[in-house]
Design a protein around this ligand. Structure first.
Ligand code: HEM
Length: 443
């Protein structure tokens, strides 16, 4: 039987251009246009700036685009390029395969055991700060705490060093850069001057880390202590610490000329950006939801499984990667409909996760949904993406979030002192901050 021809098939339905123009004039966020374009069970889309975009929310379509079609529907990689250059998140083809392979080995379940002491040390630091605030009765910006923690864990894992305040300031400027990036496909990549300055400070910081790591390697190679260079340079335990990510990248540079200092910088910044924003925002969302559901907060205190379920449900309602854009470089068919070359495909986990066909009472925060009693349809739950470009740091992220949330909930109660932020649909889905809360020691 002949497969459906791309030249004579039907196109998906597109929103009327006047609807798109009205949305554009209103200044409403992109998610509003997506909600309007969505017709359950059907492939639909809209045209904007001469380009066609098809919305992907049905689990089976998600599976076809990101999962089985992961090699055909590709990233338009320019979106975050000014920041992360040729890091593993933006590159495609053979370069991506080889970069991913190298990093993947460090971020498996076993690989991340090497970072466990970093995660525990970073969580202890936040617990100490909360204990101090609880003693003084002062509210804290807990979204900021979550962010300090996730920058600390990833920085320790990348370099072997705990984070100091000065480095934190330079690294967390990444969020200004991220905020200045176009939030969706087709935006301009020009950056304002203050963002260029933040980018320069970040570059300086990462190049200094590379030079220091190389200096340490050269000196330990000289004194015959072997190449486990991060031993003794990490948190000071001197045991159980393997090489840092940076050490591994420098090892790779010894055999693969592709690993120039520029590429090493790009990988470090990629892991930093990917590795702190999403986890920090997810933790902030968890606190927003727990604050509205004190009974869930009580149940989760001291119960690791309940903490896991809280995080899984938080990621369902607020997947920080709320929009995963792809692009069809060649003519394709999807569900029997024509997807001409050049079409953007907007996979939207945020809308998929609120599909009432899969999630009864989808807007409600019900951690008991997890772990799911029956297997979910492929493509129905994807906070970490699916397919070949799925999140590299899934296990690291879950482990660090469980460690911090578990440690905090078992020792403190949390009560926000101001209104919780509304969702901001930028490159990441985050609550508008700050998030001040009074924390109290459990009695
Ligand atoms: C709650 C935390 C996190 C969430 C929700 C999350 C989500 C995601 C999603 C949805 C993608 C796929 C993007 C796409 O398909 O276009 C992704 C990719 C990626 N994530 Fe994460 N992530 C998190 C934490 C982390 C951490 C901690 C790291 C690093 C240690 C990390 C590293 C990466 C990298 C490198 C990629 C790109 C992979 C590739 O293109 O091959 N992520 N993440």
């Amino acid at each position: 039987m002949r497969s459906h021809s791309v030249t004579d098939g039907l196109l998906p339905d597109f929103l009327d251009d006047s609807v798109v123009a009205a949305w554009s004039a209103s200044g409403a966020p992109l998610v509003d246009l997506l909600r309007r374009a969505r017709v359950p069970g059907r492939l639909t889309g809209f045209r904007r700036g001469g380009r066609a975009a098809v919305l992907i929310t049905e689990p089976r379509h998600v599976h076809q685009v990101l999962g089985v079609g992961g090699d055909r529907f590709v990233k338009r990689s320019h979106r975050a390029r000014p920041l992360i250059g040729d890091g593993v998140m933006t590159v495609t083809g053979e370069a991506w395969k080889s970069q991913r392979r190298l990093l993947q080995a460090m971020f498996t379940g076993r690989g991340i055991q090497r970072w466990e002491h970093h995660i525990v040390a970073a969580a202890d630091r936040v617990v100490g700060r909360w204990a101090e605030s609880a003693r003084r009765g002062e509210p804290r910006d807990i979204a900021e705490d979550a962010q300090f923690f996730t920058v600390d864990t990833i920085w320790r894992s990348l370099t072997g060093h705990p984070l100091d305040q000065e480095t934190y300031v330079d690294l967390s400027a990444v969020q200004d850069i991220v905020a200045a990036l176009p939030a969706d496909v087709g935006g301009s990549a020009a950056l304002p001057p203050e963002v260029e300055t933040a980018l320069a400070a970040l570059d300086e910081r990462t190049h200094r880390a590379i030079a220091e790591a190389r200096g340490r390697r050269d000196s330990t190679a000289g004194d015959g202590t072997g190449d486990d260079t991060s031993t003794g340079t990490g948190t000071g335990t001197g045991t159980g610490t393997g090489p840092s990510v940076l050490d591994r990248l420098l090892d790779a540079a010894g055999t693969d000329p592709a690993y120039t200092d520029r590429l090493i910088r790009d990988e470090l910044v990629t892991l930093l950006v990917a590795g702190y924003e999403s986890s920090a925002r997810t933790l902030a969302w968890a606190f927003v939801l727990l604050d509205r559901h004190p009974e869930v907060m009580e149940r989760a205190a001291g119960d690791a499984r309940a903490v896991e379920a809280v995080l899984a449900e938080t990621l369902r309602l607020y997947p920080t990667g709320w929009l995963l854009p792809r692009h069809a470089p060649a003519d394709e068919t999807l569900d029997g409909l024509r997807i001409p070359a050049g079409t953007d495909l907007l996979v939207c986990p945020y809308l998929t996760h609120r599909d009432p066909e899969v999630w009864p009472d989808p807007e409600a925060f019900v951690p008991e949904r997890f772990p799911a009693r029956t297997p979910l349809p492929p493509g129905a739950y994807l906070p970490f993406g699916i397919g070949p470009r799925a999140c590299l740091g899934t296990r690291f992220a879950m482990r660090e979030m469980e460690a911090l949330l578990g440690a905090l909930l078992s020792r403190f109660t949390v009560e926000t002192t101001g209104p919780a932020g509304e969702p901001v649909f930028g490159i990441n889905l985050r609550p508008a901050g700050p998030l001040y809360a009074r924390v109290r020691e459990r009695t």
